[in-house]
Design a protein around this ligand. Structure first.
Ligand code: GTP
Ligand code: MG
Length: 236
């Protein structure tokens, strides 16, 4: 099990004297996830009753989540109010960037934790008070593993992969890409400088999740952004 957060992964090779410990860990893991799922369902019901579309943005650190959120706020705020929950281990940097971009934001600092959970999001919603018919964007802690296991009550997870990370990531971290409804391939402005194989990356993503929708864009230049905006519109 992840020793930082107890988040749902488990060692695959237990044997002999470690078998009892393994069973205990699996029980704890099931308890943690069951409790989280109960909170997530409450969040989902609350959001649904108010017609709030909640998206959970998950990725490794630095893939461009906050940059994409800044662009999304600029694009959406005239038509639909946008609210943001930011998750990081430390600092208020991202919430400050979001407020600067024009949307209300609550920052959650997880300390040693490596993902957001549904209770944290519940607390943040109570502080943020997202209004009816709005868009609630949740930026998870940068981590390609643990956030995959935690339902926050969102409509769906959005996995962001930047082209600087390598096309093999969907195969190496399959849980994240199978948990997501859409994969944003970000930083495509950098493709001319890299040997990133776009077709191979998409093929890997579809191997772990045949139904995954793929949007290629540059959050910096705005190229391809309409694919993301159209996808959000389709979800509303
Ligand atoms: N060239 C290029 N750089 C980008 C793009 N999107 C983001 N960046 C840069 O990538 C770096 C990280 O961007 P952030 O938006 O902070 O990434 P993040 O995923 O929010 O990072 P964490 O919150 O720390 O996990 C910054 O220097 C951005 O300017 C892009 O489309 N193209
Ligand atoms: Mg960020």
């Amino acid at each position: 099990m992840c020793t930082v957060c107890g988040c749902g992964g488990k060692y695959e090779k237990f044997g002999g004297a470690r078998a009892h410990e393994a069973r205990r860990i699996v029980r704890v893991e099931q308890d943690i996830l069951a409790k989280n799922n109960a909170h997530a369902e409450k969040n989902r019901e609350w959001l649904k009753a108010r017609n709030i579309l909640a998206l959970n943005l998950v990725s490794s650190p630095g893939s461009g989540k906050t940059t994409l959120l800044e662009k999304t706020i600029a694009h959406m705020k005239a038509t639909r109010p946008v609210f943001v929950i930011e998750g990081d281990q430390q600092t208020n940097f991202d919430a400050e960037r979001i407020r600067e971009a024009g949307a209300p934001a609550v920052q959650i600092n997880t300390g040693k934790g490596c993902h957001l959970d549904a209770q944290m999001v519940n607390d943040a919603i109570r502080t943020l008070h997202p209004q009816e018919n709005s868009l609630l964007l949740i930026e998870n802690v940068g981590n390609l593993v643990c956030p995959a296991s935690f339902d926050l009550g969102e409509a769906c997870k959005v996995a962001i992969l930047s082209v600087t990370e390598g096309e093999d990531k969907p195969m190496k971290y399959p849980d994240m890409f199978s948990a997501a409804k859409v994969m944003i391939l970000n930083k495509i402005d950098l493709l001319p400088h890299l040997d990133f194989d776009v077709d191979q990356c998409i093929s890997y993503a579809k191997r772990v999740n045949p139904g995954i929708h793929v949007v290629m864009l540059s959050a910096r230049t705005g190229e391809g952004f309409e694919g993301w905006a159209d996808w959000i519109e389709g979800m509303i």
